[in-house]
Design a protein around this ligand. Sequence first.
Ligand code: SF4
Ligand code: SF4
Length: 87
Amino acid sequence: MTVGKIIIHQDRCKGCTLCSTVCPQHVIHMDDTRLNARGYHPALFVDNGDCTGCAVCAVICPDVCITVYREAPAPKRARLAEGAAAL
Ligand code: SF4
Ligand code: SF4
């Protein structure tokens, strides 16, 4: 499975919860322990390795607060070598 990671630009977040609602991996939570510069409880990424980099959160965020990073797939030749080593 592809491994992803997101950065949430905390001080732009307005705490609308849309990203946490749509994330299929449930790795975005609302941080109700603190307020950001705009006075909202911001979204918080829980980096437990489950993010797939699907980018649904970034697409739905109305304030463009989320940047998604996705691990590049290994080149085909490297994948074949891994498969051969496993035999
Ligand atoms: S990129 Fe996909 S899996 Fe990762 S946090 Fe966003 S919605 Fe969730
Ligand atoms: S969708 Fe955007 S503005 Fe709304 S909680 Fe998530 S990061 Fe914040």
